[in-house]
Design a protein around this ligand. Sequence first.
Ligand code: VG1
Ligand code: CO
Length: 543
Amino acid sequence: MSQTVTTRPFQDQRPGTSGLRKPVSVFQQPHYLENFVQALFDCVAKDIVGATLVLGGDGRYHNREAIQTILRIAAANKVGHVVVGRGGIYSTPAVSAAIRKRHAAGGIILSASHNPGGPEGDFGIKYNSRNGGPAPESLTERIFSRSKEIDRYFIAEPQHIDIDRPGTYRLDTLNVEVIDPVEEYAQFMQRLFDFERIREMLQEGLRISFDAMHAVTGPYAKAIFEDLLGAPQGSVHNGIPLADFGGGHPDPNLTYAAALVAQMQAPDGPDFGAASDGDGDRNMILGKQFFVTPSDSLAVLAANATRVPGYKDGIVGVARSMPTSRAVDRVAAALDIPCFETPTGWKFFGNLLDADRITLCGEESFGTGSNHVREKDGLWAVLFWLNLLAVRKQSVADIVREHWREYGRDVYTRHDYENIDATAAHGLMNALRDRFDTLIGQVHAGLSVTAADDFAYDDPIDGSRTEHQGLRILFGNEARIIFRLSGTGTQGATLRVYIERQETRDTHIDADAQVLLRSLIEAADTIAGIRKHTGRNAPDVIT
Ligand code: VG1
Ligand code: CO
């Protein structure tokens, strides 16, 4: 039995870079989640009636309650079958794989990814379409419009489904199938990578350390690295998913994965280190006393793709988000394959992947992936690196240095100013945009500004245009400074400043990025007045 509940719309349910993210307290308001899910179902009604959906989340606070609610709404909206990850836990890339494997109509992922969790933290919800990828902007905008006018939702009577026990359950006419998602994902990875070879390398003594940050990848990482690949027990740290991520910030970068970074800095530390984020789609790669920038990681994977089984026939093209460094562009040029530049957010890669225009893609924000799913995939990237290490028998640092010598190095850094005043942040962006004309020809850090623009993207597959995706200050081909406001935060605004310079002089190739980029970092402040507008003297996070 289901009922129709009368409701009033909320005006703030616009999905951002990756779904709708709000503080838990916002999601706990009566009808808030229900309204959004119904708005979504109203927009995709013709796809979901009688069809299969995949449902799960990163295990953060409110995940379990939200899953029970969504199951009841799915039943009342006549969805046929819902596949739920055991305990409600399902990594983002595993959901993407499951949608594709089952030819499901789509999936719902409950995650605020790298944002902190717990009662005081954030919650989020995202819809992925039939191809396994994040809903395109056209759909998220329709959901937003619908959410502003919704006046009813359909929901089945409360019935508790035991999501901790794999099996099949019935909720009115809805079939609920609770599965253990880890095994399916681990099997998938064995088709792409040479597990035998990696196992041998680990047996020979290569030491790895993986930090799951008490988020969703813990069970996957234990099954893959320790059980299947034979890494010693304890190679996976913080492997138990917790509703508040142990109080941490499940963001694999130099600031928030500090414990792993410290371990890798030690002279007797492991040879290879990696971490993932809340929902398992990000990856950070470290060597012994060496950090691989995500932009370099993408370029290295592209240049070496044919060395791993899943990509042995070569790659057809690559794509990177606009603020990602141009390291991969040079690899694409050398391979004579196309390289696409998209706005920030994985949803923009979907069309290119579906149309077989690209095989690999990535973002500077610790996101790397391929056509195997339609999300970035943290553990996939880690396995790709391990496979490369096993084949090349070199250290992480040597592989990257060799890459720089061959292609040049795109020295890169990103500076984040978190939780700044939203009006000040928009003021900075507007003032900078207004000064574009006067900037051309100015000399900063010894380089002359050749162009300044507000990045817009024309999707070559569906012809859609997306504007206002970041302000770019270009210094010919040599350097870039990009200013962008985050679309995933829930408090105030976050300013991201991306700074990049191509370095081909061999003597400097190995130096620290913050040192090599010092004058450009100063130029960013001169050009945009960061201190003046934000009142901040230094960024919160440097990567
Ligand atoms: C950030 C990253 C972006 C990424 C997005 C979602 O967005 O910059 O590259 O796609 O997070 O990643 P923003 O708008 O805050 O810059 V995740 O792992 O949070 O799903
Ligand atoms: Co994520």
